[in-house]
Design a protein around this ligand. Structure first.
Ligand SMILES: *Cc1c(COP(=O)(O)O)cnc(C)c1O
Length: 368
C-alpha cells in the first residue's frame, strides 16, 4: 500500500511552469522585484481583495518584519496553539509574548481572556486564524481600539478566506500569509503582508531589502526577505488553479465529515456558514474516554498503516525548550488540553476518496 502523507504540495503542470519562467532567460533578472514579483503582487491584490500586498521570502519574515516595521516595544498578546513561527517572530523582535488561552471550539484566541492580560506594557495582539478558523475579529478589534493596540494577524492558514463578504486580509493593521509548499496556495517558499497603511508598506519594502532607502542611504537594520522570480512564477501558476484546488479540498473534507461526524469522543473542526473556507486542515480532537482510544494510539495505528497524521499543534509554543520554562503552560489550560488530543488528518486536493474512506475505517476500528 502506498504511503499517504499528511499533505502534498499543489503544483502546476511542468510545461505551464516552464512557459512562465522562459522570460527570465531573456531578462537575466532573477530577483529584486522583477516582472514576476510585480505581476504576482498585482494578481494577489485582486485575488485577496485587498488594497496592499507586500511579497516576502516566507510567512515567517512577513510576521517578523511587520513587527519590526511597527517599531513596537513591550508585550504582545498571542496564542501558544500555533506553529513556532508566530512566537519566534515576537521573541526575535525583542518583544515578550504573553500567552492567551484558546476557545475550545474554534481553537483561536479566546477573546474573553484578552483584557485580563493587558498591562501598561502591552503594545499589540498577534492572533492566529488557526486551521483557517476565523478569529473573533470583531471582539479583537473592539479591544484593540479600546486600548490602542496594534493587531497583526497570523493568517498563514487563511489564504483567500472571506468573512461575511469581507476579505480575511483586510482585518487588523496587518495580516501575514504564508505561501510555503505545504499551504493551500504556495510559491514554493513565500509569504505576504496585507495592510492598509501605505507607510507600513514602504517600510516593509525597505526592510525586506536590508533597510536600503536610496542608492546611498540605508535607514533601517533590515533583513533580506525578497521573493525571487522563480518563486513568484510558481505563485502565478498556482494562483490560476487555486480555486479548483480548494473545491477539491472541500470534497475531501465533506467525505471525512460523512464518516466521522457525530462519532462519540471525536470533535471535528467547525465550518461556519458565514465564512468561505479554504479547507486548509482537517483537525480531529480525540477524547480518549468517550472515543475508546487515545490520540497516541490513533497516531501510531495510522503510522503502522503508512498514513501520516500530524500532532499539529503539539507541543504548545509556550513549552518549547528554547524558552527555558519562562512561560507557564498552566496559564493556557484549554490549549494544553487540545494540543494533547488533536491530530490533523491527511488533506490535499488530490487525496483520493478511497483513501479517505480507508483512513476513516481504520480510525473507527480503534473505537472500542
Ligand atoms: C506556515 C506557518 C508560518 C510560517 O510560514 P513560512 O512560510 O513557513 O515561513 C507561520 N505561522 C503559521 C501558523 C504557519 O502555519
Amino acid at each position: 500500500m502506498e504511503k499517504i502523507l499528511v499533505t502534498q504540495s499543489s503544483m502546476p503542470g511542468f510545461h505551464e511552469y516552464m512557459d512562465e519562467i522562459e522570460e527570465l532567460w531573456d531578462s537575466h533578472w532573477l530577483t529584486n522585484m522583477g516582472i514576476k514579483h510585480k505581476k504576482l503582487q498585482k494578481e494577489l491584490k485582486e485575488y485577496l481583495s485587498v488594497e496592499n500586498v507586500e511579497l516576502l521570502t516566507n510567512g515567517h519574515m512577513a510576521l517578523e518584519l511587520t513587527l519590526q516595521a511597527m517599531n513596537l516595544q513591550g508585550e504582545v498578546i498571542t496564542t501558544p496553539f500555533t506553529f513556532a513561527s508566530t512566537t519566534h517572530a515576537i521573541v526575535r523582535n525583542g518583544l515578550k509574548p504573553v500567552f492567551c488561552d484558546i476557545d475550545p471550539v474554534t481553537y483561536t484566541m479566546d477573546v474573553e481572556k484578552i483584557e485580563g492580560l493587558i498591562t501598561d506594557r502591552t503594545c499589540a495582539i498577534m492572533p492566529v486564524h488557526v486551521y483557517g478558523n476565523l478569529c473573533d475579529v470583531e471582539g479583537i478589534e473592539r479591544i484593540a481600539h479600546k486600548y490602542e493596540l496594534k493587531v497583526i494577524y497570523d493568517a498563514a492558514h487563511a489564504f483567500g478566506e472571506v468573512y461575511k463578504g469581507r476579505a480575511i486580509g483586510s482585518f487588523g493593521d496587518a495580516s501575514c500569509f504564508s505561501f510555503h509548499a505545504t499551504k493551500v496556495f504556495n510559491s514554493i517558499e513565500g509569504g505576504a503582508v496585507c495592510f492598509t497603511d501605505t507607510r507600513l508598506g514602504n517600510l516593509l519594502y525597505e526592510l525586506k531589502n536590508f533597510g536600503i532607502h536610496g542608492p546611498e542611504e540605508v535607514s533601517a537594520v533590515g533583513a533580506n526577505a525578497k521573493m525571487n522570480e522563480f518563486c513568484a512564477a510558481m505563485g502565478l501558476c498556482n494562483l490560476r488553479h487555486v480555486k479548483e484546488e480548494i473545491e477539491k479540498r472541500k470534497a475531501v473534507v465533506e467525505r471525512y465529515y460523512s464518516h466521522l461526524q457525530g462519532v462519540e469522543g471525536i470533535q471535528l473542526n467547525m465550518l461556519r456558514s458565514d465564512v468561505d473556507s479554504n479547507y486548509a486542515y482537517f483537525p480531529v480532537v480525540f477524547e480518549e474516554k468517550a472515543f475508546g482510544a487515545s490520540r497516541a494510539e490513533v497516531f501510531n495505528m495510522l503510522a503502522e498503516n503508512g498514513i501520516g497524521a500530524r500532532k499539529y499543534f503539539y507541543p504548545l509554543t509556550n513549552t518549547f525548550s528554547c524558552f527555558h520554562r519562562e512561560y507557564d503552560v498552566n496559564d493556557t489550560p484549554v490549549a494544553l488540553h487540545i494540543s494533547k488530543r488533536v491530530l490533523t488528518l491527511p488533506l490535499y486536493a488530490d487525496l483520493q476518496m478511497e483513501d479517505v474512506d480507508r483512513i476513516c475505517r481504520l480510525i473507527l476500528a480503534c473505537k472500542v
